[in-house]
Design a protein around this ligand. Structure first.
Ligand code: IPE
Ligand code: IPE
Ligand code: MG
Length: 240
């Protein structure tokens, strides 16, 4: 039986190396990466994935050169202005998570507009992580809970996993079934640390700009062959 993940996340890595291999600028790599994102949204929707969460820019990516950061922010503006109607027509509901106050005010406005326009779409839920870092998300959730304790709304002992999850930026998303990272790097780079506790992980050497429908299908096929036990005993007998 084919099991399809309801929620997949992707660390879209390798734009720079893709460009370097071709003697192109990093910007050209990021542009091609944007095309791969556009195609992946459509491919994921066609294949029946309901929730797609992608890592677009990490809190650590602010450490890159001002030229690279402004290139990436320029592309983000382009995406939010020019892709919006296409995404909307495709029935995608767009949401952005991350430290929004670190983004330029005009980008924040574009994000708010995009979220409002697509709010009632339901074909596929697309969450883009921008200026996102999982440690920062966890610290901020802790602050929210500490504030509630200080206000006398809850006791420290009331804090449990559910309450904590409710304070994360992904609180309205279902559990993460599958995390894919492209470009051959075998690390998480501060993405969704809490949420991946029981996600299946797929690492591929494909550089993000080359990630096409066949690559997504391969990742879904890998997922389909996994046995998810969540710590319980193997009931299929496969391990005997
Ligand atoms: C991923 O590609 C895009 C971002 C992190 C914004 P990279 O820019 O990290 O590309 P590589 O890893 O240098 O090849
Ligand atoms: C992770 O990629 C962040 C995004 C894909 C947006 P990086 O290229 O920034 O990660 P490291 O530096 O290889 O860990
Ligand atoms: Mg990288």
């Amino acid at each position: 039986m084919i099991q399809l993940p309801k929620h997949i996340a992707i660390i879209m890595d390798g734009n720079g190396r893709w460009a370097k291999k071709r003697g192109l600028s990093r910007t050209q790599g990021h542009r091609k990466g944007l095309e791969a994102l556009r195609n992946t949204v459509e491919n994921a929707a066609e294949l029946g994935v309901e929730f797609l969460t992608v890592f677009g820019f990490s809190t650590e990516n602010w450490k890159r050169s001002t030229d690279e950061v402004s290139d990436l922010m320029g592309l983000l503006r382009f995406y939010l202005k020019n892709e919006l109607q296409t995404l909307h027509k495709k029935g995608a509901k767009l949401r952005v998570i991350g430290e929004r106050d670190r983004l330029a005010p005009d980008i924040v406005k574009l994000i708010e507009g995009a979220e409002a326009l697509t709010a009632t779409n339901s074909r596929i839920n697309v969450t883009i992580a921008l200026s996102y870092g999982a440690r920062s998300e966890i610290v901020s959730a802790s602050q929210k809970l500490a504030q509630r304790v200080a206000n006398g709304e809850i006791q420290p002992g009331d804090i449990n996993e559910q309450l904590f999850e409710d304070c994360l930026m992904t609180s309205d998303l279902p559990p993460l079934d599958l995390l894919i990272r492209t470009s051959g790097e075998l690390r998480i780079s501060n993405f969704l640390l809490w949420q991946i506790a029981y996600s299946e992980l797929v690492f591929t050497d494909t550089l993000w700009p080359d990630f096409d429908k066949a690559c997504l299908e391969q990742a879904l096929a890998d997922y389909s062959n996994r046995q998810r036990r969540f710590g319980a005993e193997d009931v299929t007998g496969a391990a005997e």
